[in-house]
Design a protein around this ligand. Structure first.
Ligand code: UDP
Length: 193
């Protein structure tokens, strides 16, 4: 897949719909997809942090979440014309899950936030299957992994803040049945309102 590169950090020049289309293809091929939001702050941090840079560049889709990325692309003759935000991408993925009957799992945020977010998600997506959830303050990683394995989830949203959530995904993805992973930062807080 063609990527644009800003100071060593890859960004996928794709729209929401193009990301979804590619994710559908990956699911059909039995491949996992990881989605990470990239903004100028992350690019500046990654410039001096090789591990963070590898984490971003090793993801499947680095979405251009920030007008600064759009402007940088324009100035360098790139193809990125609009922002693709983490929270809106999550909305598209929830829609895909509802349409294709994919099971979702939510991991992260405080207990009262995640339960409220789930209620709102169910209200907006009445046919969605929530396979399970876990708040982001459970310290036993093995327990969380087991819970997700047993849930048989297809899609996992991790809200632990960045890069903690992406490191968690990288550490555990090979032993999970999940096909689509997104690090969603404070999005569950936004869902909870
Ligand atoms: N969080 C968590 N466990 C942790 C640290 C953070 O569940 O150990 C949650 C926190 O409650 C909040 C989200 O992760 O819901 C972090 O959101 P933030 O806006 O800080 O992340 P960003 O979008 O800036 O990466």
């Amino acid at each position: 897949m063609h990527k644009e590169n800003f100071l060593g950090v890859d960004v996928a020049p794709l729209t929401y719909k193009q990301v979804i289309k590619q994710i559908e293809k990956n699911i059909e091929a039995g491949e996992q997809s990881t989605v990470i939001a990239v903004n100028p702050e992350k690019v500046m941090k990654a410039r001096e942090d090789e591990e963070l840079r590898d984490l971003i560049n090793g993801s499947t889709f680095q979405i251009p979440d920030g007008i600064g990325i759009v402007l940088a692309s324009r100035m360098t003759g790139g193809a990125i014309t609009d922002r693709v935000t983490g929270i809106e991408m999550m909305g598209y993925l929830l829609h895909l899950a509802e349409q294709k009957r994919l099971r979702i799992f939510l991991y992260g945020a405080k207990e009262e936030i995640i339960t409220e977010a789930m209620a709102r998600i169910k209200k907006n997506h009445p046919n969605i299957t929530i396979a399970g959830y876990e708040n982001g303050y459970e310290d036993d990683e093995e327990k969380v992994v087991r819970h997700i394995q047993e849930s048989n989830a297809d899609m996992l949203f991790v809200a632990l803040g960045s890069p903690k959530q992406e490191l968690w995904i990288r550490r555990n993805k090979d032993r999970l049945p999940v096909k689509v992973f997104q690090g969603v930062g404070g999005s569950l807080d936004v869902w909870a309102g």
